[in-house]
Design a protein around this ligand. Structure first.
Ligand SMILES: Nc1ncnc2c1ncn2[C@@H]1O[C@H](COP(=O)(O)OP(=O)(O)OP(=O)(O)O)[C@@H](O)[C@H]1O
Ligand SMILES: [Mg+2]
Length: 250
């Protein structure tokens, strides 16, 4: 079966600096992947190449067999590449419901749904992320965690095949992290969406959410393995974890 997303030998430079160095990566439909690595290892740059913020100097981005290497971000969303932002950017004076409905209007259903239908789709995903009680509130009045949930609902309303989450868990309390991980698992199971998340140093989230871990190091892919295996890989322990995970004999 063809991969949902295939990166072929991607290199992205900033002046003389090689931020991503010859990285290849395949993502299948419905997979949950965590991209981790030390600061400056190229995670955000790789993510931006997938979402179209940057075009690589070398290599190809293939989505469902189609070469999208040089397609701008707004043309990737209708194909099924959705994203959330590290810092949510809601339309603050519009309601939560309206904000989420915008996702339906600009995603894979773009041009195929009426405003009413978009609002119905919004209601479904507002329920899924647990924001029912807030749906008529102004988005600007939400707490930071609620804004992240709204951001996820909006991305889901785009009906993506691949959901890219930028630092979905950064700055959250452990309790909120556990709830978010549970939500991501539910989304994966109920919607069959492939989810790629960058999760920084939050190991419990990596273990709780990802089936596969891609470890970046100095712009290159250091490891790409099932989660359990990756956390015990001596290369990963050395550059990323600094010590073996708890309960490990490694
Ligand atoms: N727009 C840019 N212009 C110049 N250099 C950049 C730019 N974006 C990233 N870099 C450099 O590219 C390298 C990779 O950065 P990147 O942001 O992808 O790393 P990261 O793994 O996301 O790091 P962090 O964990 O700190 O978010 C770093 O050396 C960074 O300084
Ligand atoms: Mg980053």
């Amino acid at each position: 079966m063809a991969s949902l997303l295939r990166l072929e030998n991607i290199t992205k430079k900033f002046g003389g600096l090689i931020a991503v160095n010859n990285v290849s990566l395949e993502i299948q439909q419905g997979e949950a992947i965590a991209i981790v690595g030390p600061n400056g290892s190229g995670k955000t740059t790789l993510y931006n190449v997938i979402s179209g913020v940057y075009f690589p100097e070398e290599g190809k981005v293939i989505f469902e067999g189609k070469d999208i290497t040089h397609l701008p971000p707004y043309k990737r969303a209708p194909l099924g590449i959705g994203r959330t932002f590290q810092i949510p950017r809601p339309f603050s004076s519009a309601s939560v419901r309206e904000n989420v409905a915008v996702g339906a209007m600009f995603g894979t259903l773009s041009g195929k749904v009426s405003v009413d239908e978009s609002l119905q789709i919004a209601d479904r995903y507002i329920d899924l992320v647990g924001l029912q009680a807030h749906k008529d509130k102004e988005a600007g009045a939400l707490t930071p965690v609620e804004k992240k949930l709204m951001e996820i609902a909006r991305a889901l309303a785009m009906k993506p095949k691949l959901l890219l989450m930028d630092e979905a868990l950064a700055g959250m309390h452990p309790k909120d992290i556990d709830e978010m991980v549970a939500l991501l698992k539910k989304i994966k199971e109920e919607e069959g969406i492939a989810i790629v998340s960058m999760v920084e140093h939050i190991m419990r989230a990596v273990v709780g959410f990802a089936e596969r871990v891609v470890v970046m190091h100095q712009g290159a892919k250091l490891c790409d393995e099932p989660t359990e295996q990756a956390l015990r890989d001596p290369k990963v322990v050395e550059v990323y974890l600094g010590h073996p995970p708890e309960g490990s004999d490694a």
